[in-house]
Design a binder for this molecule. Structure first.
Ligand code: PMV
Length: 341
C-alpha cells in the first residue's frame, strides 16, 4: 500500500480567455491566454491519492460523492503519468499494477464557472506525479485534464502559450510575474449562482469553433496584441491598462459565446448589472479602479487594488443588498514551480 499524498492547488482567473481548441485530444488552444492565480488558502481544491493492491478498480470521489472513473480526460492523465513512470522506472511494475483511490474537494462551488476544473486537475496531476515519483513538466500533464489547469500550476501571473507544434510540446504555461510582484492586487468574487452551468466549457468551445465567425477574428486580430499589452501592463503594474484589457477581453469572449449557434449564454441579468455598476463607478471616479471578468458562468470576478477594497465592498452591498461578496485576500503566495519533484 502506498502513502497517501495530499495536495492543494489554487484557482486561476483568466484575464485573457482561452476559448477554442486546435486539437481536442491533446487539449491545444487556438490562442494564448493569461491569468492570475489566487491565494491557495482561500479558494482551492484539495486532493488525496493513494495506490493499493486491495482496490478492485480505480476510484474517484468528488466533494464526497463517488463519480465514475470512466472519464477520458481523467484516464488520459493517469495513463500518461504511469507511462512516464515506466519510462523513468521511478516505481516498480507491481506498484504500477495497483489501482488508485482519489478524493478531491473544492472549498467553492464546483462547475459554476469558477475555474473548479483548473484547480482540480492541477491538484490531481501534482498529487499523482508525487505518488509515482516522476520528474516532468506538471503544466503539460494538467493541460491533459483541463486546458486552464496548466495555468494553476504556477503562482502569480501566468501565460499559457498556445504553441504551434502538432504534438503540443510547445503548448505550455509559464510565469509572467510571481505572486509578490503586485502585492496590492486583490480579487473579489461575486457568486451570482452556484449551480452547475448548462453548457460545459468543452461543449461551448466546440460549438464556437464550429459556428462563430467572431471567434476567428478574435484569435487572429484581438488576442495577440491584448496578450502583449497585458503582459506589459503587469510588468509595469499599470492597473488602468490591465483593467481595461481585462474587461474588453471578457466582453469579447461573451460576445463570441453569443455569436455561437445555438448561442451559449453564461451571463445573467445580474451579471450585466454588475458590468453596468462597475463602468458607472469607474466613470464617477474619473479613473479605472475596478475591472470585472466572467468565465463560462454568471459569477463575477473583480480585480482591484487593496486601497479600493472597502469602498467597492460597500458599493456592492449598497447596490446588491442581498449579496454576500466573498473577499479573496490576494494572489497566490505559492511558488508551485519551485516544488521539488
Ligand atoms: O479549462 P476549461 O476547459 O475549463 O476552459 C476554461 C475556459 C474559461 O474559463 C472560460 C477561460 C479560461 O481561460 O479560463
Amino acid at each position: 500500500m502506498s502513502d497517501i499524498i495530499t495536495i492543494t492547488a489554487p484557482v486561476n482567473i483568466a484575464v485573457i480567455k482561452y476559448w477554442g481548441k486546435r486539437d481536442e485530444e491533446l487539449i491545444l488552444p487556438l490562442n494564448d491566454s493569461v491569468s492570475a492565480t489566487l491565494d491557495t488558502n482561500v479558494m482551492c481544491a484539495k486532493t488525496s491519492v493513494c495506490a493499493r493492491p486491495d482496490i478492485n478498480e480505480n476510484e474517484i470521489w468528488l466533494n464526497k460523492i463517488k463519480e465514475s472513473f470512466n472519464n477520458k480526460r481523467l484516464q488520459n492523465c493517469l495513463n500518461e503519468i504511469k507511462r512516464i513512470a515506466r519510462v523513468q522506472k521511478s516505481v516498480d511494475e507491481e506498484f504500477l499494477s495497483w489501482n488508485v483511490r482519489i478524493y478531491s474537494e473544492n472549498n467553492f462551488p464546483t462547475a459554476a464557472g469558477l475555474a473548479s476544473s483548473a484547480a482540480g486537475y492541477a491538484c490531481l496531476v501534482t498529487a499523482l506525479a508525487i505518488l509515482y515519483k516522476i520528474k516532468t513538466d506538471i503544466s503539460t500533464l494538467a493541460r491533459l485534464g483541463s486546458g486552464s489547469a496548466c495555468r494553476s500550476v504556477y503562482g502569480g501571473f501566468v501565460r499559457w502559450h498556445a504553441g504551434v507544434k502538432p504534438d503540443g510540446s510547445d503548448s505550455i504555461a509559464s510565469q509572467i510575474a510571481n505572486s509578490l510582484h503586485w502585492p496590492d492586487m486583490r480579487v473579489i468574487i461575486l457568486v451570482v449562482a452556484d449551480t452547475k452551468k448548462h453548457t460545459s466549457s468543452s461543449k461551448g468551445m466546440q460549438c464556437s469553433v464550429a459556428t462563430s465567425e467572431l471567434l476567428q477574428y478574435r484569435v487572429l486580430h484581438s488576442v495577440p496584441k491584448r496578450v502583449d499589452d497585458i503582459c506589459t501592463a503587469i510588468q509595469k503594474r499599470d492597473f488602468a491598462k490591465f483593467a481595461e484589457i481585462t474587461m474588453k477581453d471578457s466582453n469579447q469572449f461573451h460576445a463570441v459565446c453569443l455569436d455561437t449557434y445555438p448561442p451559449c449564454v453564461y451571463m445573467r441579468d445580474i451579471s450585466h448589472s454588475i458590468v453596468e455598476v462597475i463602468h458607472r463607478y469607474n466613470e464617477i471616479c474619473g479613473e479605472v479602479k475596478v475591472a470585472y471578468t466572467f468565465d463560462a458562468g454568471p459569477n463575477a470576478c473583480l480585480y482591484l487594488l487593496e486601497k479600493d477594497v472597502p469602498e467597492i465592498i460597500s458599493l456592492i452591498k449598497q447596490v446588491f443588498p442581498t449579496s454576500n461578496p466573498e473577499f479573496i485576500k490576494g494572489l497566490s503566495t505559492q511558488e508551485s514551480q519551485d516544488r521539488d519533484f
